[in-house]
Design a protein around this ligand. Structure first.
Ligand code: OFO
Length: 174
């Protein structure tokens, strides 16, 4: 595996793991606020990001590179509101999409078409996650500070009534 590609993949491993850590902090905060739907959603997101990290770890090692298991920075403990949580979620996903795009560019420059092909799964995943974050954020904005609305929003999230159905059903394959 080419050095630049390996380095870029290892940076992505760190980002996926950091995302998992960040969403875990959101899940835990929401749980302490009695927001079962929001916390359940964020625990699941955290698991998914960990899975994205593992998928990269395996790919790097299987292709003769060396996956570096990174350290993570401590996420914040407090969040201003549910709206704040979902604003940060979308912002974070947009950043991750940018870094996946950078990774695609490295693959093309290095003519590593196998990794380029592998990364397509992440591109599709990002599309889906961004769309989902936008949908939930729109609902959270409608609810605003309204307590009854927040109760219903959280309940709907628990029942997945807010979630869009994934178009990408490709199996992660780890
Ligand atoms: Fe790793 O899928 Fe979003 O960030």
């Amino acid at each position: 595996m080419k050095e630049h590609v390996e380095k870029a993949l290892n940076e992505q491993i760190q980002k996926e793991g950091q995302s998992s850590h960040f969403y875990l902090a959101m899940a835990s905060w929401a749980e302490t606020q009695g927001l079962g739907g929001t916390s359940g959603f964020m625990y699941k997101q955290s698991e998914e990001e960990r899975f994205h990290m593992l998928k990269l770890v395996k790919f790097v090692n299987e292709r003769g590179g060396k996956a570096i298991i990174p350290s993570f920075t401590k996420p914040q403990e407090e969040f201003k509101s549910v709206l704040n949580v979902f604003e940060m979620l979308l912002e974070h996903e947009i950043e991750v999409t940018e870094s996946i795009n950078d990774l695609v560019e490295v693959c093309l420059i290095e003519k590593d078409y196998t990794t380029h092909n592998f990364i397509q799964w992440y591109l599709a995943e990002q599309l889906e996650e961004e769309a989902q974050a936008r949908t939930i954020l729109d609902k959270a904005r409608l609810v605003g500070e309204d307590k009854a609305g927040l109760y219903l929003f959280d309940r709907d999230l628990e029942n997945s009534a807010i979630l869009i159905q994934p178009a990408n059903t490709v199996s992660p394959g780890v």
